[in-house]
Write a protein that binds this ligand. Structure first.
Ligand code: UD1
Length: 421
């Protein structure tokens, strides 16, 4: 199994270019199922999750071809199957996003989910409620989830989401794009990735208004055609490099960014005393200009502080003098990195969805485990600031979602080595 060896790297410095967003490209790829000719998605990052989505799409008849420049052609003229194999699906929660497009285009979708898969009945009930509101018959059991459109096809409806789920908003939006009549998604997720998906669908001939607000209106159309689209920059990767500069008290220029998408992260870093400035070339971060102070964070749906940045920000807070509270409201169990950070000398105590960080402790290298994608990134950041060597295991999580992770960090002066055992 591969691992990272990370050394104290001093202040990082230099420039880094952000890749296309993982959380935007996966729904875009799923949306290409809806088109009856070729779609081209540009600036597609080379990631494990993208590779898994490619395999899933190929397994149902998609013809895919990605060039060196990151331009991905997807042709679904022949949609040969409406069933997705569980062995692929269980690798990635986002694979459930093929359900809406399959149901809309073919009137049927079946996703096998063998026991133990994290995509259980509960975490997708909002997606399913949406499909049912559009008239689908949904069957859920231990092995699979299956949905059937009514004889005349899906019908537009008003759907209220009990929680603004990103995936449910995307799945329902894709299904409704080909439904007869008008669909309203109320309490919709407002994440930039939703807007990117709506823009792509509209280029394909859909009629979607209000994406980026809590009320999305979709006028169903009969058919969607191919389109060309460039993926938005990854705001979570941007945030990761903002924190890399902050935790090492370094100076980094981050290129290919949308400032609005990282506003919450920028505000919180400024509160701590980190310089965050928009300049012509990108976003300039300097963590070494003044003594830093602690702050509290609370994760919320967009435009609130992103849950995916909670663990990297917590790693940073352990290095700042003073007490901080971190409140996680989006996911129930997203503090697995706390034990790992504590093994590195941090002092963090959790109580329900709150973590209390006593900052300013000197971090020390240790053998730690990437418990999930962003937690893995958080441990690498901690390792850059810790004394000695940090060994981060189970890095396949990190490689699911960061393109050229080691190279980008090394270019900034980080001492990080990938070791294959
Ligand atoms: C997406 C992102 C992920 C990010 C998350 C929240 C992708 C590929 N992934 O995940 O990186 O952390 O948004 O910003 O875009 N829930 C239910 N029932 C449902 C759906 C969701 O209870 O039917 C719950 C989830 O268990 C979770 C919360 O709602 O606690 C948020 O989930 P959701 O917004 O759906 O996240 P994803 O789309 O899975």
């Amino acid at each position: 199994m591969a691992k990272f060896l990370v050394e104290n790297s001093g202040a990082l410095s230099g420039e880094v270019h952000v890749s296309g967003a993982k959380n935007a490209v996966l729904p875009l790829m799923a949306a290409s199922i809806l088109a009856c000719d070729e779609c081209v998605i540009q600036e597609v990052p080379r990631l494990r999750d993208v590779a898994v989505m490619k395999e899933i799409l190929a397994s149902i008849g998609g013809k895919l071809d990605q060039d060196e420049a990151g331009s991905l052609k997807i042709d679904f003229r022949d949609l040969t199957s409406t069933e997705a194999d569980g062995n692929l699906v269980k690798k990635m929660r986002a694979s459930f996003l093929i359900m809406g497009p399959l149901l809309a285009r073919k009137g049927h979708a079946k996703v096998y989910m063998p026991g133990g898969c994290t995509i259980g009945a509960r975490p997708v009930e909002l997606h399913l409620k949406g499909f049912e509101a559009l008239g689908a018959d949904v069957v859920v059991n231990d092995k699979f989830t299956e949905a059937f459109a009514p004889p005349g096809g899906l019908k537009g409806a008003s759907i209220y989401l009990d929680f603004p789920s990103v995936g449910a908003t995307e799945n329902i939006m894709m299904a409704a794009a080909l439904a007869e009549g008008t669909t309203y998604i109320e309490n919709a997720a407002e994440e930039p990735e939703i807007v990117d998906l709506a823009n792509f669908l509209n280029k394909m001939g859909a009629s979607i208004k209000g994406a980026g607000t809590d009320m999305i209106k979709i006028e169903g159309v009969k058919e969607l055609h191919g389109a060309r689209h460039t993926v938005i920059p990854d705001r979570i990767e941007t945030g990761t490099f903002m924190l890399a500069a902050a935790i090492t008290r370094g100076e980094v220029l981050i290129q290919n960014i949308v400032p609005d998408h990282v506003r919450a992260i920028a505000s919180k870093l400024r509160e701590c005393g980190v310089t965050v400035e928009l300049v012509d070339e990108g976003l300039y971060i300097n963590g070494g200009e003044r003594p830093l102070v602690s702050t509290g964070i609370k994760t919320l749906p967009y435009p609130g502080f992103p849950t995916d940045m909670q663990s990297p920000f917590m790693a940073f807070l352990t290095t700042v003098e003073g007490d901080s509270t971190v409140i996680e409201t989006v996911f129930e169990n997203r503090f697995m990195h706390v034990n790992e950070l504590n093994r590195m000398g941090a002092n963090i105590r959790t109580e329900g969805n709150r973590a209390y960080v006593q900052g300013g402790k000197k971090l020390e290298g240790a053998k730690v485990r990437a418990t999930d994608l962003r937690a893995g990134a958080a441990l690498v950041l901690a390792g850059l600031a810790a004394e000695g060597t940090t060994e981060v295991d189970e890095i396949y999580h990190i490689e699911r979602g960061y393109e050229d992770f080691v190279k980008k960090f090394r270019d900034l002066g980080a001492i990080i080595l990938r070791v294959d055992e």
